[in-house]
Design a protein around this ligand. Sequence first.
Ligand code: 13P
Length: 252
Amino acid sequence: MSRRPFIAGNWKMNKGPRDADALAVELKRLLADHAAADVAVAPPFVSLPAVIARLQHSGVAVAGQDLHPEVSGAFTGAVSGEMLAQAGCRYVIVGHSERRSLFGDTDATVAAKLRAAYRAGLLPILCVGETLAQRDAGQAQDIVAGQLATALAGLPLDQVLQLTIAYEPVWAIGTGRTASPAQAQEMHAGIRAWLSARYPREVPATVRLQYGGSVTASNAAGLLSQPDIDGALVGGASLTAESFRDIVAAAG
Ligand code: 13P
C-alpha cells in the first residue's frame, strides 16, 4: 500500500496574525497545485484564525502546535483540543521536543495530550526523537521505542491508524545538522518494525512517518525518497513560502 506524502510546517513562535496572514496568502498562491501530498501548517495559537480563514478551500490544512489534556477550566495560558477543533484546526502536534525539554512535557503528559487530541476529533502528529547524548550512547532506537510505548499504550486500533509519527532527532532541530537519509531511514524502518511487532499489518502499512530536523529545499528530496519516510515536519524552512513550496514539490 502506498502512503500519501504529508508535509507539515511548524512555525513555532514565529508569525503573529499580520505576518501569518501574509505568509498564508503566499502559500495559497504557491501551493494551489500540490495534489500529490497532504500539506498542513501550524501557526502560533493567536494566528490560527487569520491563517484558517485565509487557507479555506486551499487544500492546506491547519494544525495546532500543542494542546492541553483537559477540555476547559482553570489552566491559564493553555488551549484545549476542543478549542483548536472549534477554530478549524484539523491536526495538532503532540510531544514536540521543545515542549518536552522547555515546558516539561513528560511521556505521560504526551500520552494524555494524544488522547485529548482524538477526543477533540483532531489528527495528532506525535513527535519522538533522541538527544545527541542518547544517540552517542547507542540508545536512539530504545529511546524512541520507549516514547512510542508510553504514548500509544492502550490506544484503540482505529486511533492508531489515524496517527502520524514525526521522528525528530533533537540534535537536528534548528541546528542545520540534518540526519543523513540513511540515518533517518534506519530510524523510520525501526519505528515501522516497532509498529509491525505490535499491531495488525494495516497499521505499519498505513501510519505515516515524517522526518523533522533541519529539512530544507535542498535536502528534502534525498530524505523523502527513502522507503519509510512519508513526509516531513519542517521548522525554519516553513517560514518562507518558496522553500516550503519546494519541500512540498520534493514530496510529490
Ligand atoms: P527545523 O526544521 O527548524 O530544524 O525544526 C524542525 C522542527 O522542530 C519541526 O517541528
